[in-house]
Every structure is written in structure tokens, then in C-alpha cells.
Design a binder for this molecule. Sequence first.
Ligand SMILES: C[C@@H](O)C(=O)SC[C@H](NC(=O)CC[C@H](N)C(=O)O)C(=O)NCC(=O)O
Ligand code: NI
Length: 147
Amino acid sequence: MQYLHTMVRITDIDQSLNFYCNLLGMKEVRRKESEKGRFTLIFLAANDDEATSSEQQAPELELTWNWDPEELTTGARNFGHLAYRVDDIYATCQHLMDNGVTINRPPRDGHMAFVKSPDGISIELLQKGDPKPSQEPWASMENTGSW
Ligand SMILES: C[C@@H](O)C(=O)SC[C@H](NC(=O)CC[C@H](N)C(=O)O)C(=O)NCC(=O)O
Ligand code: NI
């Protein structure tokens, strides 16, 4: 068995592509429109995953946008988060914060941070390799989550 993707529903394509692609660096790999079902599917891959060998498809994030407006609750307790490994957690969090994203759990320990997507999906960011030495403003920044 091979892990293929995780699907999350979104309320706004532009806001979601700005967050996942422009800010987090993911790439759109394909898109499917359904006139009958009145929805759009957009498949994203993390940039490092593009290097995965062709026969081992990179795990993807499937964004589902239903054309008819719907309110998305923040989901049942059984869904936790999407996790990504980043080269520089401080630089990633700074770029997100500079573009208006709240750093719910700052990378105080140089290892782990949490943010949320425009639709409230929890995103865990983990530092590649060893944790970076603690630095400001992250060391003294308060959590806004329950982490
Ligand atoms: C392409 C493949 O990866 C899919 O996941 S298609 C699954 C299908 N999706 C939809 O019908 C999208 C629109 C629908 N209104 C929705 O919001 O899901 C489907 O069966 N979805 C049901 C589900 O629970 O995933
Ligand atoms: Ni799917």
C-alpha cells in the first residue's frame, strides 16, 4: 500500500494557494474541475517531494473547493494536523508572519512551530536536522494555541 494524499476542503482557492504555495512553497501539480459535481480539486506537492523518483509518487495535499458556498467547521477532534519539514524554521515562520499568518506555536526551541491555514487546518512545521539555537523574537513569543 502507498500513501497518496490528504484531502482538506477549502472556502477560497486564491487564499489557499497563497498560503500553501506562495507562503509555504508547495507546487500545484494538477487540477480537476467537475461541472456535474460542482467542485474543483487542486493537488499540491511539497517542493522537496518533487525530487521523489517517478514510480514513487510524492504524497500530495488535495484541496477540495465546492462551488456552492459552505461553512467549514474546524473539524472533528479526530483530525490533528498536516506536518512539513522545513530547511529553516525561523525563516519560514518569519516569512509567514510577514505575510499576516499567526504563528500559533512559535519555534521557541528551534524545532517545532504550528500555524493554521486560511480555513483553520493546523500545520506543523518541523526543523530539518538538529534544532537551531534559540533566538528572538521566537524565544519570548507567547503561544496562541494550546501547545
Ligand atoms: C480524486 C480523488 O482523490 C478524490 O478524493 S475524489 C472524492 C470525492 N470528492 C468529491 O466529490 C469532492 C466534492 C464533494 N462535494 C466533497 O466535498 O467531498 C468524494 O467522494 N468526496 C467525499 C469525501 O468525503 O471525500
Ligand atoms: Ni482524494
